[in-house]
Design a protein around this ligand. Structure first.
Ligand code: IMP
Ligand code: MG
Length: 186
């Protein structure tokens, strides 16, 4: 299975659906943050694709920063213990921070990140996530901007990986069981 597409079982969210939704989110964010001091914080690596598309639908002056955290290993469940691999380059005190995430699964990663960022006293802190596995969520979280609510299935594409691959798929889909040897990750 050398061809990337051959490893996909089915498309869950098409490229067109994603683009439409991202545009809509960008318009909402533009309206909500008008006249404010917006700092977009991307959670690496998964959020880099959304960050690039979303930011180009936000018609406001703004800045970017990134954090890298590890929650998942190659193919295991999240532990709730989050390690910061790369911290922000800049301070966020008195800034309007919008955290951009690829997906909220158990919510443990996001919960940790929000707690951590709150201690730095931003003037506001909100979340934009492309996908939300509502049934899988283990901690209560307020996510202001959600793209899609999806069932608890393991998905790849549009930034999301399985063993660091598939991030470059322009859509979101599930993998054929052969790819991960029968047992779905997550
Ligand atoms: P949580 O802490 O369980 O919410 O997991 C969050 C992180 O796990 C996300 O930022 C993703 O990197 C990863 N993750 C969760 N679900 C999936 C999935 O379906 N496919 C790929 N990565 C996922
Ligand atoms: Mg991952």
């Amino acid at each position: 299975m050398d061809v990337l597409e051959d490893q996909i079982e089915r498309v869950l969210i098409s490229h067109e659906e994603i683009q439409e939704k991202v545009r809509e989110l960008g318009e909402r964010i533009t309206a909500d943050y008008s006249g404010r001091d917006l700092l977009l914080v991307g959670v690496l690596k998964g959020a880099f694709v959304l960050m690039a598309d979303l930011s180009r639908h936000i018609r406001l002056p703004m800045e970017f920063d990134f954090m890298a955290v590890s929650s998942y290993g190659a193919a295991t469940k999240t532990s709730g213990v989050v390690r910061i691999l790369k911290d922000l380059d800049h301070e966020i005190a008195d800034r309007d921070v919008l955290l951009v995430e690829d997906i909220v699964d158990s919510g443990l990663t996001l919960n940790y990140l929000l707690k951590n960022l709150r201690t730095r006293r931003p003037s506001s802190l909100e979340v934009c996530a492309l996908m939300h596995k509502v049934e899988a969520q283990q901690v209560p979280l307020a996510i202001k901007y959600t793209g899609f609510e999806i069932p608890s299935v393991f998905v790849v594409g549009y930034g999301l990986d399985y063993a660091e691959r598939f991030r470059n798929l322009p859509y979101v889909g599930t993998l054929r069981p052969e790819v991960y040897g029968g047992l779905p990750p997550g």
